[in-house]
Ligand binder design. Structure first.
Ligand code: HEC
Length: 110
């Protein structure tokens, strides 16, 4: 056998391993915290990961989960009037709100 081909064949399993481990890793990250995809919907106004740089006071990062849930439920139920959030909050189930509460409470406010 040609030596170059033999060398290429020997490298093949290594390349295949690197490729599959990359895929496994990417899946692992995605399933690690799916709530970040929910949180991404809020980034336009509240900053990436809820870290608001534009408007102080509207940061979601580091908000206590209970506080977050209470605020979202108040928007959703109409007890708290709002310009936007009463409509946005209605788009999320109680489970999704809980998942986002857990996610944002873990983010560090800067
Ligand atoms: C288009 C801009 C916009 C988007 C997108 C948005 N928000 Fe808001 N958010 C606001 C505004 C504006 C307020 C102030 C209340 C109001 O007038 O609606 C607010 C207020 C809040 C508050 C209350 C903050 C406090 O401390 O009183 C929470 C909690 C909140 N938003 C959560 C979210 C979540 C969760 C999402 C994503 C699912 C989201 N927001 C997406 C604009 C936005």
């Amino acid at each position: 056998m040609n030596q170059a081909i033999a060398r290429a064949l020997m490298r093949l399993p290594v390349a295949a391993l690197m490729l599959t481990s990359g895929i496994v890793c990417a899946q692992g990250q995605a399933s690690a915290d799916p709530s970040r995809y929910l949180a991404a919907n809020c980034a336009n106004c509240h900053g990436t990961n809820g870290i608001s740089t534009a408007e102080p006071g509207i940061a979601l990062a580091g908000m206590k989960a209970d506080e977050f849930i209470a605020k979202m439920q108040a928007f959703k139920g109409g007890q708290r009037s709002a310009t936007l959030m009463h409509q946005i909050a209605k788009g999320y189930s109680d489970e999704q709100i809980k998942a986002m509460a857990a996610y944002f409470s873990k983010q560090v406010r800067k």
